[in-house]
Design a protein around this ligand. Structure first.
Ligand SMILES: *[C@@H]1O[C@H](CO)[C@@H](O)[C@H](O)[C@H]1NC(C)=O
Ligand SMILES: *[C@@H]1O[C@H](CO)[C@@H](O)[C@H](O)[C@H]1NC(C)=O
Length: 547
């Protein structure tokens, strides 16, 4: 009896152990699969799988084409071609009967056609290529190119010098996070973590003045960063020039937000940022979950009833989406200041935004490349969507491989040389693929609408084949708009339309500087004079209609 029981127990234990082991293996497998799943998309530096059939001539010299010969004679089982004349024949695609080409045609590689070159943009016309002629490239890049052409030799030299090793070594800001930057300049800082109603954990920074205050009832200004940015961008130009410090000195209680997915807000109660699930959000979720959570926390902690909101770039986009959807927004906002507001995208000049617009020649290929997780374009893709044109004009690898500069324009004329490497080291700060897709959808639809999932899913989510538009007439908040003539992402015509639709616009300022880019709103050394001065004046005078 006893022995039997023991035996049963032992064998039960064995079974349990086996089950447990299996479970562990399965779990580990699942974890590995889910953590790395999004990295399994084909991505390689070799010629065989290139985004957009793009042949990167810049790196062609280092590139070796590995080919396996069908006849398996010993010496030619594997042969490495690094002879550039073979490479050229291959690329030209003219020599269809060459032994080299017939090897390729047997399925090892995609045959590439002629390379079309347009101001540094080089795209091959292969069977999978989205382009047929120069016009296809020109349509995407021409307006951005025109705006970029004015860069002087002096500007370009400045950029090169900014990345000289000695300049970099001297600049510790390259390595500092927001808290460290703020402290370095003698200000205090509070870090707050806020949980959204859908489980994301967002970090807010609150700056404390250098001098202790007798009573702390300063009016609150909430600063919301742009697309591919974070709270850092309000700080990088230092206390003399960055808006966060200038507002603190002007007597405001300054708070800096960080939306989900950015470097300070990559946590969730149950989802991990290495998993695509974490990234299934668009501008809509940021507007309807992140903003209310951050604004409510700021009001509660500061003991204020209302605050001033300053939104740069996407920071304005999300505000207008929120305010158009939730009428109570007006009860919390004293005034809204939109710096370079990305709302209507119809006339956008930025090549990546044009390429990712549904209906563009490049759309299918780019969508496939981006996936549905974190927005993390490969090196090759960044090169293709504007990096190569940037290098042709400026010749600076550091700026031209940076997504922010490639997307918003690499014009750094207004920036101090020492701040440029600091920008490149802090940006991009993280975003989802859906965010950039939603901006692209706005280019095609010419409307500011919710995320477009495609007809079938739209019907389930919105009850309609098309996503609903955000109605700007519903934004019952005093708004001041700031924009510039040459902004790649925000065209003056699109700001004009926004201004007409908003019911309570208190001022519209076009920056007087001739060449003022999207990123200049944060980083130009002229920004304090041509933008922030107006902004502070406007903060002091804007009163809600009801007061
Ligand atoms: C900034 O860096 C310091 C030092 O590494 C660290 O203690 C702090 O938690 C960081 N803050 C944030 C918000 O990442
Ligand atoms: C937007 O809102 C305004 C005022 O609330 C309303 O009159 C108008 O019909 C709305 N527009 C659309 C397209 O729904």
């Amino acid at each position: 009896m006893c022995a039997d029981v023991r035996q049963v127990t032992v064998s039960a234990l064995h079974t349990m152990r086996a089950v447990y082991l299996l479970l562990c293996v399965a779990l580990a497998h699942h974890a590995a699969a889910s953590i790395f799943r999004h990295q399994l998309r084909p991505r390689t530096d070799s010629l065989v799988i290139q985004p957009l059939d793009y042949v990167d001539q810049h790196h062609a010299k280092e590139m070796k084409i590995r080919l396996r010969r069908p006849d398996s004679s010993e010496e030619s089982k594997e042969r490495i071609y690094d002879d550039l004349s073979d490479y050229a024949t291959l690329r030209s695609g003219r020599n269809w009967n060459s032994p080299l080409f017939s090897v390729l045609a047997q399925g090892e590689a995609i045959p590439y056609g002629d390379v079309i070159e347009w101001h540094g943009v080089e795209i091959a016309t292969g069977p999978k290529s989205p382009v047929n002629n120069k016009k296809d490239i020109e349509r995407i890049f021409n307006h951005a190119y025109k705006v970029m052409k004015h860069m002087t030799e002096e500007d370009k030299k400045k950029i090169h010098e900014a990345f000289a090793t000695t300049a970099l070594a001297a600049n510790e800001d390259v390595h500092l996070n927001a808290t460290q930057l703020i402290k370095k300049h003698g200000y205090g800082v509070e870090e707050h973590v806020v949980k959204t109603d859908d489980g994301y954990l967002l970090t807010l920074f609150r700056i404390q003045p250098r001098q202790a205050l007798v009573e702390d009832q300063r009016p609150v200004v909430f600063l919301m960063h742009g697309f591919l940015g974070s709270a850092d961008e309000w700080l990088l130009s230092g206390p003399e020039k960055s808006l966060a410090y200038l507002l603190t000195e002007a007597g405001y209680d300054v708070w800096l937000g960080n939306v989900r997915g950015t470097k300070y807000s990559r946590r969730h109660v149950s989802k991990h940022a290495s998993h695509p699930d974490f990234w299934h959000f668009s501008i809509d979720e940021i507007a309807l979950h992140d903003l209310p959570a951050m604004i409510d926390h700021t009001l509660k902690t500061s003991g204020q009833k209302k605050l001033h909101y300053v939104g740069y770039s996407q920071g304005s986009t999300v505000f207008f989406a929120w305010a158009a959807t939730v009428p109570e927004t007006g009860d919390k906002i004293l005034s809204m200041h939109a710096l370079a507001p990305m709302v209507y995208m119809t006339n956008v000049r930025s090549p990546p935004m044009r390429m990712i617009a549904p209906g563009s020649h490049f759309y299918e290929r780019i969508i496939e490349e981006l996936g549905d997780g974190e927005y993390k374009p490969s090196k090759e893709l960044v090169h293709t969507i504007g990096g190569s044109m940037c290098e042709k004009v400026i010749g600076c690898e550091h700026i031209c491989s940076n997504e922010n500069f490639v997307t918003a324009g690499p014009d750094t004329a207004g920036m101090d040389a020492d701040v440029i490497p600091v920008i490149v080291s802090h940006l991009p700060a993280g975003a989802s693929a859906r965010q950039v897709k939603q901006f692209g959808q706005g280019v095609s639809s010419q409307e500011f609408r919710k995320y477009d999932y495609g007809v079938d899913i739209n019907k389930m989510v919105y009850g309609h084949p098309q996503p609903p538009a955000y109605n700007m007439t519903e934004v019952k908040v005093p708004v001041t708009l700031y924009y510039s003539e040459e902004d790649w992402l925000v065209h003056p015509k699109d700001v004009e339309r926004l201004q007409k639709e908003l019911p309570d616009v208190r001022g519209t300022y076009k920056v007087s500087e001739k060449h003022f880019s999207h990123m200049d709103f944060q980083f130009s050394n002229k920004a304090p004079e041509v933008v922030y001065k107006k902004l502070v004046e406007s903060l002091q005078t804007t009163k809600p209609l009801s007061l």
